[in-house]
Ligand binder design. Structure first.
Ligand code: HEM
Ligand SMILES: *[C@@H]1O[C@H](CO)[C@@H](O)[C@H](O)[C@H]1NC(C)=O
Ligand SMILES: *[C@@H]1O[C@H](CO)[C@@H](O)[C@H](O)[C@H]1NC(C)=O
Ligand SMILES: *[C@@H]1O[C@H](CO)[C@@H](O)[C@H](O)[C@H]1NC(C)=O
Ligand SMILES: *[C@@H]1O[C@H](CO)[C@@H](O)[C@H](O)[C@H]1NC(C)=O
Ligand SMILES: *[C@@H]1O[C@H](CO)[C@@H](O)[C@H](O)[C@H]1NC(C)=O
Ligand SMILES: *[C@@H]1O[C@H](CO)[C@@H](O)[C@H](O)[C@H]1NC(C)=O
Ligand SMILES: *[C@@H]1O[C@H](CO)[C@@H](O)[C@H](O)[C@H]1NC(C)=O
Length: 260
């Protein structure tokens, strides 16, 4: 029987493979007007994607937050510099103006009864704009210099109504309460976000099914992988840090699942 740490390492490796092989719905998206973004993540809730370019020299990030939305609704994407979740978020919001054009501006989300008034953020935002295309609202902007490193807590949201050019409260259904996570703009990862999945605990049945599929696809088997993991572990290789992608978002998975 495998030791607990080996099982956890095995789980991490399989979870990484799961991330790599799962459907990516953002990396092949084509923007209009020659806009291109090197990185993207399909976010796990609210049919949303974040695309970005990171300039390591200026530490500025140009982003495109793209989410499904009805024409009468609103979308928002934010960085929360101080904690996880909504309150304290430095947000970019977009919706259809009364004259029918899309508008985008910045707002500080100071409380659960935030007024959504225009305000400067605690970091610089330039070139903010928005568009509506194929039932998706997209906010474009350049943020930074980042100042505090490239890993941030981010938050995204959408609501179904806007009154007198003020976005109204969003639904409090489960996806709307889970739409936050962590992102590393310097990451080379392109694909699905796992942060919030880890926070709510992953569905074991889905994972086992995916593992079985992968096992078939890779024509390998768990015993073989486990044997290799044990060999590596005994060799003292730095296994966890070799885990592809974002360690910060990956690590909690192994500790939320009882493996023994
Ligand atoms: C339109 C004004 C808004 C109102 C009145 C509002 C209200 C609320 C309330 C009352 C909750 C708590 C629900 C609960 O846990 O019982 C909540 C949660 C949440 N809101 Fe908002 N919200 C607004 C705008 C936003 C914006 C702009 C964002 C994102 C940029 C956002 C993201 C979230 C998220 C991720 C949660 C769940 C996590 C948390 O509780 O922090 N909200 N909202
Ligand atoms: C992929 O994105 C398209 C629109 O961009 C959307 O209709 C579709 O549901 C998405 N698929 C997944 C698996 O998220
Ligand atoms: C991108 O790839 C996904 C998964 O292969 C596919 O479902 C989607 O239709 C593609 N989208 C575009 C815009 O090509
Ligand atoms: C896109 O780029 C091409 C080649 O650089 C240019 O000819 C064209 O005008 C650009 N289109 C837009 C909408 O900017
Ligand atoms: C990155 O930032 C540097 C310094 O501000 C600037 O000179 C350079 O043009 C930027 N690169 C891109 C691709 O925007
Ligand atoms: C960096 O930290 C400062 C101080 O906490 C904060 O005001 C600012 O918003 C942070 N910047 C970003 C991009 O998170
Ligand atoms: C709509 O109103 C905004 C100001 O709220 C203005 O900047 C924009 O030019 C207007 N668009 C049209 C098409 O009138
Ligand atoms: C496993 O593969 C089957 C058939 O290829 C597919 O229908 C199913 O959705 C897959 N399950 C997962 C979790 O990837």
């Amino acid at each position: 029987m495998a030791s607990s740490s080996t099982s956890k390492l095995l789980f991490c490796v399989l979870a990484s493979l799961f991330l790599v092989t799962s459907a990516q719905n953002c990396s092949n998206y084509t923007f209009t007007a020659n806009k291109t973004f090197t990185y993207c993540k399909t976010l796990p809730y609210l049919e949303a994607n974040l695309h970005w370019n990171y300039n390591s020299s200026s530490t500025k990030v140009s982003i495109a937050y793209r989410a499904k939305q009805d024409p009468k609704g609103w979308v928002a994407w934010a960085i929360n510099p101080t904690r996880k979740g909504m309150v304290g978020s430095q947000a970019l919001v977009a919706f259809h103006n009364t004259n029918g054009s899309m508008i985008a501006y910045t707002t500080q989300v100071t409380s659960y009864s935030t007024s959504m008034q225009k305000a400067d953020l605690s970091f610089q935002v330039s070139y903010i704009s928005a568009e509506y295309l194929n039932n998706e609202m997209t906010i474009f902007a350049t943020i930074g210099p980042l100042g505090n490193g490239t890993t941030v807590n981010h938050v995204w949201q959408g609501g179904s109504s806007v009154a007198s050019e003020i976005p109204q409260m969003h639904s409090l259904s489960s996806p709307h309460l889970q739409s936050f996570g962590q992102i590393d703009f310097h990451s080379t990862m392109v694909g699905d976000e796992i942060g919030a999945e880890a926070q709510r605990g992953i569905n074991i049945a889905d994972l086992v099914a995916a593992m079985n599929n992968m096992t078939a696809q890779l024509t390998t088997n768990i015993d073989e992988v486990e044997t290799r993991m044990q060999a590596l572990e005994q060799g003292g290789a730095p296994l966890v840090s070799r885990d592809a992608g974002e360690g910060t978002s990956r690590t909690p998975i192994s500790s939320t699942i009882p493996l023994e």
